[in-house]
Design a protein around this ligand. Structure first.
Ligand SMILES: C[S@@+](CC[C@H](N)C(=O)[O-])C[C@H]1O[C@@H](n2cnc3c(N)ncnc32)[C@H](O)[C@@H]1O
Length: 355
């Protein structure tokens, strides 16, 4: 079996990413420009924010942001910092040490990272491009104070305010952030207005429709079940779309972006790869999903706070805490299994504002 399942494919307007090709032989090249020929023709504070931006809220043994409290149900504590570090390493490995795929040249001037989290990507970009001013924007003031001199962090709500902290951007970057926005298209449209002509937007997103390279994945595969439950509850409780990545190419095209490209990486779930790099991806993913289950148990899947119905539509009896613990235990077992050759896709989508 071939486990070299990392490929590049064009993002066409009639693309249906819910059906990802497993025929790797068919995917041999980078973007085909003919598809878009027709188009070629230390955190500072913002707005009226008070000192509450620097405060936090503690619930269920975890720490959460206080500014725009409740907006983001994922913790911002030290445990989350480690999960984000590990995920940062996974992205770094997937891109072979690159931080982005958009061709921004060697001397970009202005870069912004929307939903920067603990700021790892923004700090790395500041180091890599001394020519650039790099802004990291987030709801939480959680970023390191030990940062390169060309990096700054701002606390802001990208969905409520005129979030642009500067303009004429060479690159506007969002990683794992489209999935948590109420409207990624609205944010992308604002980005379009504030990019310099020829500037780029780039999304790096998980796309949790679990796939399999052969027929080893059972219909009731627990990792797929966990993501379906998480996606439904995050949609119901917060309006998130965990499958937002599939709509990005089309949305960017509608806004007026050109040169829209996509790279899809299949991250192995379980200890099945023969290749040691891909095994490393599996280990890093195992770590982030294991921690993500704790994150979900603390709030969105907390049965003391929410009635969580089973995935089976006919069953109206809410799941108990034990039911969810059992599901998570089964997922932990699946994350170490060798007999199911499953993967989770990560999408990289980048596009250019016309010159
Ligand atoms: C999943 S994390 C991604 C962090 C980072 N980009 C990374 O790749 O590790 C999403 C981040 O977006 C931030 N966020 C959520 N809603 C936001 C909003 N409306 N405005 C600004 N930041 C937001 C959260 O605080 C969180 O740090």
């Amino acid at each position: 079996m071939d486990d070299s399942s990392d490929f590049i494919e064009p993002a066409s307007a009639d693309d249906d990413s819910s059906v990802l090709s497993n025929d790797l032989a068919a995917v041999t090249s980078d973007y085909d420009p003919s598809i878009y020929e027709h188009q070629q023709n230390t955190a500072s504070l913002v707005g009226s924010v008070t000192s509450s931006v620097n405060e936090h809220i503690y619930e269920n043994g975890r720490r959460y942001h206080r500014y725009k409290s409740g907006r983001y149900p994922i913790p911002n504590d030290d445990k989350e910092a480690i999960r984000e570090n590990v995920r940062n390493a996974l992205f770094f490995e997937l891109l072979g040490g690159r931080l982005h795929l958009a061709p921004i040249g060697d001397n970009p001037q202005n870069i912004i990272d929307i939903g920067t989290g603990f700021g790892d990507w923004a700090i790395d970009m500041g180091d890599r491009y001394p020519s650039a001013r790099v802004v990291g924007l987030d709801l939480s003031p959680i970023q390191s104070v030990w940062i390169p001199p060309n990096v700054e962090f701002v606390v802001d709500d990208v969905e409520d305010n005129a979030w642009i902290h500067g303009s004429d951007y060479d690159l506007i970057h969002l990683r794992m952030t489209a999935v948590i926005l109420k409207s990624p298209a609205t944010v992308a449209a604002t980005a379009f207005a504030h990019l310099k002509p020829g500037g780029w937007i780039e999304f790096q997103e998980v796309y949790p429709r679990i796939g399999c390279h052969d027929d080893t994945m059972p219909d009731d595969y627990v990792v797929a079940q966990f993501y379906r439950l998480a996606a439904r509850e995050l949609q119901r409780q917060h309006g998130w779309d965990l499958y937002a990545a599939e709509h990005l190419p089309r949305q960017l095209e509608e806004i007026g972006f050109v040169n829209i490209q996509r790279k899809v990486c299949h991250v192995p779930i379980g200890y099945w790869p023969k290749d040691r790099h891909r095994m490393q991806h599996a280990f890093l993913f195992e770590e982030t999903l294991t921690e993500f289950m704790d994150v979900m148990r603390a709030k969105p899947l907390n049965t003391d706070v929410h009635d969580i119905l089973p995935l089976d539509d006919d069953n109206k009896t809410p799941l108990t805490a034990q039911d969810i613990d059992k599901l998570c235990a089964n997922v932990r077992t699946a994350l170490c299994a060798r007999n199911v050759h499953a993967y989770i896709p990560f999408h990289f989508v980048w596009a250019q504002k016309p010159n």
